[in-house]
Design a protein around this ligand. Sequence first.
Ligand code: ROI
Length: 164
Amino acid sequence: MKHHRAWVGLGSNLADPRSQLELALEELDQLPLTRLSIASRLYTSRPLGPRDQPDFINAVAGLETRLSPLALLDQLQALEQRHRRVRGRHWGPRTLDLDLLLFDQECLSVPRLTLPHPEMARRAFVLVPLAEMAPDLRLPDGNEVATLAQALGDSGNLKVLPNR
Ligand code: ROI
C-alpha cells in the first residue's frame, strides 16, 4: 500500500480551543494507518463569516497515511464527533473543525469531498500555517502556497499563540 501526504486544517473557537487543538493533534497521530509528520504553530484569527463569535485558534497538520481520501475523511469526521462538535448555525462557532485540505496532488469532486478544499486558497488561517511548514508546496493548479499566503496579506489578522 502506498503512502500519501495529506494536509488537514484545524480550527476551534469554543470550549477551550487551545486544548481542543492540542488534543486533536495527538489524536491525528493515533488514526489507523496514519501518523502526524508535522504540525504548524497555533494561531489566533478573527472569525471569517459572522463576526459575533469568539476568535478562532487555527493550525495545519501534515499527515502521512495509507488511507484513501474518503476513509481519511471518515476518520476526521469521527474525530470531530468525539469532540462533541455542535452542528449549529452555518458558519457559526465550533468546538473542532477538521478540514481535509490536500491529499497528494489529487483533484476530486464527489458530494462528500472536494479536493483541494475549495476555500483554502482564500483563507489566511489555512495558508499562513501551511506556508510556515511547506512554503514551496504547490496546489494542483500550480499555485505556490507561500505566494497565495502573501497575496492575502494580513486579512485574517493572524497571530502566533504564545506558549503557555
Ligand atoms: N474563521 C476563522 N478565523 N477560522 C476558522 O477556522 C473558521 N472556520 C469556519 C468559519 C466559521 C467559516 N470561520 C472561521 O468554519
